[in-house]
Design a protein around this ligand. Structure first.
Ligand code: MN
Length: 226
């Protein structure tokens, strides 16, 4: 059997320090995983975090973010990204970290006006979250090279001005508990990415902006809005 047409290329992330590519399966994203961001979005910090998805081919690694259509309010959300090398269902938090391949720095680009409308109308979030180029990301750093994925500064600057600042230790749900929770809902697979939530300070971006995101021990992500 052959395909009726050529399939689109497999989305991938480069692996830092190697000539290998990490094949992306799914992208899960945590909403409201830092208390100060939950407050700025008008949420109750006692509500548990929740998940949504982006599309695997929303990942971009070329340092460019073309301003998307149908919006006047695109927001940046700096996030640590976790990449899985194996998966399963009903994974316990205590066993979760053995499934982690590595980490990256990513931005969960959001059409905030479309997301706000979807929230108001109780519609799904895809139009606000899962559009083309909506997930700029660095190469993956293998886990053995990352000393402390549970703590360390995470920040984002726009044109050299610091907008978001936080610490990975401020996550409401840490990475092992995110994997435990997700694996109770879905069959996790090698190739899955998890965007682990953003600290406070999210805001709008415009054409020409230079974004620089950072996570201690993982690296820097530089993106120009084109
Ligand atoms: Mn986010």
């Amino acid at each position: 059997m052959t395909y009726v047409f050529n399939p689109v290329p497999q989305p991938t992330l480069p692996v830092k320090g190697t000539d290998k590519l990490f094949p992306i399966h799914r992208i899960y994203c945590v909403g409201r995983n830092y208390a100060e961001h939950t407050k700025e979005m008008g949420g109750d910090t006692k509500d548990p975090p929740f998940f949504f998805q982006k599309n695997p081919d929303n990942i971009v690694t070329d340092g460019k973010f073309p301003y998307p259509p149908a919006t006047k309010d695109v927001h940046f959300e700096i996030e640590m990204v976790v990449a899985l090398k194996s998966g399963g269902t009903n994974i316990k938090a205590a066993d979760a970290m053995k499934h982690v391949f590595g980490y990256a720095v990513g931005i969960d680009m959001t059409r905030r006006d479309l997301q706000a409308e979807a929230k108001k109308l109780q519609r799904p979030w895809e139009v606000g979250k899962a559009f083309e180029h909506s997930a700029p990301c660095t190469a993956l750093v293998p886990a053995q090279h990352v000393e402390s994925p549970a703590k360390g500064a995470i920040w984002l600057e726009v044109n050299g001005v610091r907008k978001q600042t936080g610490d990975l230790s401020q996550m409401i749900w840490d990475v092992p508990h995110q994997i435990e929770f997700l694996s109770g809902l879905f069959a996790l697979e090698a190739g899955d990415l998890i965007f682990t939530g953003t600290p406070s300070g999210v805001g709008a971006t415009k054409k020409g902006d230079k974004l620089k995101g950072h996570v201690d021990g993982i690296g820097d992500l530089e993106v120009t809005v084109t």
